[in-house]
Unconditional design. Sequence first.
Length: 81
Amino acid sequence: MSAVSQPKPSTPDRRMINVTDLRTETREILEDAHFRGWHYIVQHAGQPMIAILDHEEYERLLAITASATAKPASACAARSS
């Protein structure tokens, strides 16, 4: 794998890797996630364990999750009436 600084794609490339790949290519994987916007799914014994993605993408996903689970103020006010 080669981590070359390129613009992040609008749709991330998702790659499945195993724990051994992560151990031997940690730097390349982290750079690809950060600079290329690639997502990695790390597997152990063929089962997905963890995802690796850029921190900006992670923060974006947290914001989406928070806004999707937040109850609108009007709905809360209507219930308490």
